[in-house]
Design a protein around this ligand. Structure first.
Ligand SMILES: Cc1cc2nc3c(=O)[nH]c(=O)nc-3n(C[C@H](O)[C@H](O)[C@H](O)COP(=O)(O)O)c2cc1C
Length: 176
């Protein structure tokens, strides 16, 4: 397969759960947010907000919420920054999930490309149950009534290496 920087970043990005006790600069966070901003969205509606959390108390609250729905991971509290990808479901009722997802992946790839790491904490609750982790994130961050949360992305300098596997192309591609 041919390779270039984009393909290499796509191939080498891994979910990282342990971060070094080092800050991430505002400039690096802006680089990541810019990558989210340039994600595609249906009719270019851009129905997203990216919430940048550095406050330890808020990070702790997000950690307590997210551990209810996921395997216990230290990363969310350890990471110096958490970016929350929120979308306005009224702005684009049909495609708000995809919009938030592509913005999230753009940001994960951008973080990787500048030597940082993240992982996707999937709080989105398709049924929008009132006691869901997603609703609690919305309350914690005081997002509006129409807000939905697609991902929480802790961002920090990686303090572990991980490997991952994928299904073979021949098992997923259907040639018509
Ligand atoms: C929609 C979505 C939700 C995810 N939710 C979680 C999660 O809640 N907790 C977690 O540890 N990882 C979560 N992940 C990360 C996946 O577990 C990870 O991407 C997958 O195992 C492949 O590993 P890799 O990213 O290192 O290649 C999520 C990923 C996606 C795309």
């Amino acid at each position: 397969m041919e390779s270039n920087e984009v393909l290499k970043a796509i191939r080498d990005r891994r979910s990282i759960f342990k971060y070094k006790d080092e800050d991430v600069s505002a400039e690096d966070i802006e680089t990541i947010l810019e990558a989210g901003r340039w994600a595609p969205s249906y009719a270019n509606i851009q129905p997203w907000n990216f919430v940048v959390v550095r406050d330890p108390e808020t990070k702790k609250k997000l950690f307590e919420i997210s551990r209810r729905i996921t395997l216990f991971r230290e990363g969310i509290e350890q990471a110096p920054v958490i970016i929350i990808v929120a979308v306005d479901q009224e702005a684009d009722p049909n495609h708000f999930v995809e919009a938030g997802a592509v913005a999230s992946q753009n940001m994960a790839l951008a973080a990787h490309s500048i030597g940082l790491s993240s992982y996707w904490v999937g709080v989105f609750d398709i049924n929008s149950e009132k006691d869901s982790a997603e609703k609690d994130v919305i309350k914690t961050l005081e997002l509006g009534d129409d807000a939905r949360v697609i991902s929480l992305l802790p961002v920090g300098k990686p303090d572990q290496t991980r490997t991952s596997e994928r299904k073979d192309l021949e098992d997923i591609v259907i040639e018509e």
